[in-house]
Design a protein around this ligand. Sequence first.
Ligand code: HEC
Length: 124
Amino acid sequence: MSDMMIGTIQPRHERIWRAEQAGNWNLADYELGNLRGAFGRLGRAHPMEEGTPFPDMIESVIQKPLGDLKDAIDRRDDADFGKAYDELSDACNSCHQALNHGTIVIGRPAGPSQTDLIFDKAGR
Ligand code: HEC
């Protein structure tokens, strides 16, 4: 689970933010689709967690923020994007707290990016 968080969930959460900050809405949209897919694979890899069906738990927590984020990205709305992004980070944290990993706290990325993706180059 932690490997999937680090390998598939966390980098996409960060990239959505960096892409939007750079005005690259197409990349933000792409990464959002990939984040949705990664949560789907996470649920399939872990059908049960602490006696609860994990895919249902994931869905109940992330469905609304991912939808709001998609809306904001489609409308190219920076203010709503910021709100929906924080809503998504809250969703990450609410699950961490619920599953006794409240020490893992997610928020807006700070500092320079460590990746080799060029966020302000909007390709096709
Ligand atoms: C439905 C529950 C759930 C959601 C939603 C969730 N996580 Fe997690 N996350 C976990 C659990 C459980 C762990 C601890 C896994 C372990 O240690 O086995 C974890 C661990 C992590 C870790 C620590 C991994 C490590 O080894 O250091 C990171 C980083 C992380 N999550 C990021 C995120 C981000 C970013 C989001 C939101 C975009 C998110 N998580 C949403 C359940 C969730």
